[in-house]
Design a binder for this molecule. Structure first.
Ligand SMILES: Cc1cc2nc3c(=O)[nH]c(=O)nc-3n(C[C@H](O)[C@H](O)[C@H](O)COP(=O)(O)OP(=O)(O)OC[C@H]3O[C@@H](n4cnc5c(N)ncnc54)[C@H](O)[C@@H]3O)c2cc1C
Ligand SMILES: NC(=O)c1ccc[n+]([C@@H]2O[C@H](COP(=O)([O-])OP(=O)(O)OC[C@H]3O[C@@H](n4cnc5c(N)ncnc54)[C@H](OP(=O)(O)O)[C@@H]3O)[C@@H](O)[C@H]2O)c1
Length: 464
């Protein structure tokens, strides 16, 4: 008798889910191996590589060639358009119990997509957005096609000193030609082309020595065709800011910032747009007119002896029509799994989900939902390997699922109103996006609306 293959569902086709799938395949478990399905609520794979990595970071997106490998020989099955436990529109999706009946183990790799709030007055105004929403819009995520961020005012504030803040500032400052060559949907390109934004104010609550930018990202804002960098540091850099950790990355950042502050990096101030890096500044309230943002009140900070930020009470008003918070993310709780609100993660030990310190049989996590919203794409590889190692150790002791076959899974999904797309369906959408790209002189132009994505997936012949 052929031994029953263990069946593993990976929920989330972002980097962590796909590294986990690859790791499961490579494990050489048993003679029969492991059957792996990767489920995603969207018809397109790759998570934040598709919907987070900035459109102009084309090289970074080439990691897709590695991430797609398990699908090529059809060793791993893709089930797209399958929202598990919830979907973006708030409907319940496919309950976790259904998956537990069909799989030996489930790896949750659903990331952290919830924008954090600043908790200041005025945040509810139109024109106050989290980076999750703003980035999803320009990346063509189907949940945000209608976002229509106001770009009709010359001032924008971006809060935060991480790479996402730099991505947002750079995209807002780029020229039409620079953006037309990317994969942004036509509608987004049109909005950016007609943008009246001239001054992007990056509000950084601590000093130049505390930024979380990577030097490669920081350098790029100094190389824009349309925008120059203006550093507002209250003379900190000229007085020689200390790098407390002797970190090479911070040293490079400080060198660049010092050069710009001294007027060495911005080519004489002839470009139409400016990116202002405003250190030691926190937004304390958003001002509104007719329900939308009309300004931001910013307080000057000082750093106390322990490196903590404290307000000085000194305030100024910046004239802005849009405020984007790039201050990090949290995850949505997964119904049926424990959740730690403070860290925005699912409690786990080395990837094994734990409830009150006790492992939940057959439940695993990897990626941002496991460790929180930090780390680059590559960080998820070792993270997924750790989770898969735990899963493989447990596998011999896990009970076989009640319905270990694909047909009954597809029936169960249909009962919940879900009709998945498979890898070849995705490849049809992929081809359609490349066809749209060639018409615009780009490698790809994204199809953003969910109905249009599904239509392209299911088209008999290429969509014209
Ligand atoms: C704006 C931004 C830009 C970034 N740029 C870079 C960069 O240039 N370089 C770099 O190295 N790193 C970058 N990163 C970091 C990198 O993207 C992350 O490390 C990585 O994507 C985290 O992977 P993940 O698999 O945990 O989550 P994600 O990539 O978010 O993947 C989660 C997947 O789960 C799916 N999902 C969510 N909920 C459900 C559900 N209920 N049912 C089914 N599926 C679901 C989602 O659709 C998604 O496909 C960036 C991050 C952000 C936020
Ligand atoms: N090209 C790339 O490689 C790339 C691109 C994008 C993202 N990423 C990665 O993706 C991860 C997430 O990036 P991220 O930029 O979202 O997060 P991040 O690197 O953690 O940066 C978050 C920033 O928000 C600030 N912040 C937090 N709360 C704040 C508040 N209440 N008021 C003001 N500022 C506040 C933090 O300041 P403090 O330091 O003072 O707390 C920090 O500067 C990171 O690991 C990043 O490197 C990589």
């Amino acid at each position: 008798m052929t031994p029953l293959q263990p069946r593993v569902a990976v929920i989330g086709a972002g980097p962590s889910g796909l590294y986990a799938a690859a790791s499961l395949l490579a494990s050489g478990y048993d003679d029969a191996g492991i059957s792996v399905d990767v489920l995603d609520r969207l018809p397109a794979p790759y998570g934040l590589v598709r919907y987070g990595v900035a459109p102009d970071h084309v090289k970074m997106k080439s990691v897709i060639r590695v991430l797609q490998k398990p699908f090529d020989p059809a060793e791993v099955h893709f089930l797209g358009n399958v929202p598990v436990a919830r979907d973006g529109a708030g409907s319940p999706g496919v309950p976790l119990e259904v998956l537990r009946e069909h799989y030996t183990a489930v790896v949750h790799a659903t990331g952290s997509s919830v924008d954090r709030d600043l908790g200041i007055p005025g945040e509810e105004l139109a024109g106050s957005l989290g980076s999750g929403a703003f980035v999803s819009w320009y990346c063509g995520h189907p949940d945000f096609t209608e976002l229509d961020p106001p770009l009709d005012h010359p001032g924008v504030a971006v809060v935060g000193a991480g790479n996402v803040a730099l991505d947002v500032a750079r995209v807002l400052a780029k020229s039409h030609a620079e953006m037309a060559a990317t994969d942004v949907p036509d509608r987004v390109l049109d909005a950016l082309t007609h943008s009246r934004v001239l001054d992007v104010h990056v509000l950084i609550r601590r000093g130049p020595q505390h930024v979380r930018f990577t030097p490669a990202e920081l350098r790029q804002i100094g190389e824009l065709a349309n925008a120059e960098v203006v550093v507002h540091d209250d003379g900190l850099l000229a007085s020689g800011v200390e790098d407390p950790h002797g970190d090479r990355r911070q040293r490079q950042n400080l060198e660049m910032l010092t050069g710009w502050a001294a007027g060495g990096g911005s080519e004489g101030g002839t470009k139409p747009r400016r990116i202002h890096l405003r250190f030691l500044r926190s937004p304390v309230r958003l001002l509104g007119e007719n329900g939308r943002v009309s300004g931001v009140v910013v307080e000057r900070n000082r750093i106390d002896a322990d490196g903590r930020v404290a307000g000085t009470g000194e305030e100024e008003i910046l004239d802005v029509g849009l405020v984007v918070r790039a201050i990090g993310y949290s995850a949505e709780p997964v119904p049926g799994l424990p959740f730690d609100e403070r860290s925005g993660t699912v409690p786990n030990v080395g990837g094994r989900v734990v409830r009150d310190g006790v492992p939940v049989p057959g439940a695993y996590v990897t990626g941002w939902i496991k460790r929180g919203p930090t780390g680059v794409i590559g960080t998820n590889k070792a993270d997924a390997a750790e989770t898969v190692a735990a899963l493989l150790e447990d596998l011999p002791g896990l009970p076989a699922p009640a319905h270990p076959d694909r047909e009954s899974l597809l029936e169960a999904l249909a009962e919940h109103g879900v009709r998945p797309v498979d890898w070849s369906d995705w490849l049809r959408l992929d081809a359609e996006e490349m066809r749209l790209g060639s018409a615009r002189g780009a490698d790809r132009v994204k199809v953003a609306e969910l109905a249009a994505m599904l239509a392209a997936c299911r088209a008999e012949a290429p969509v014209r």
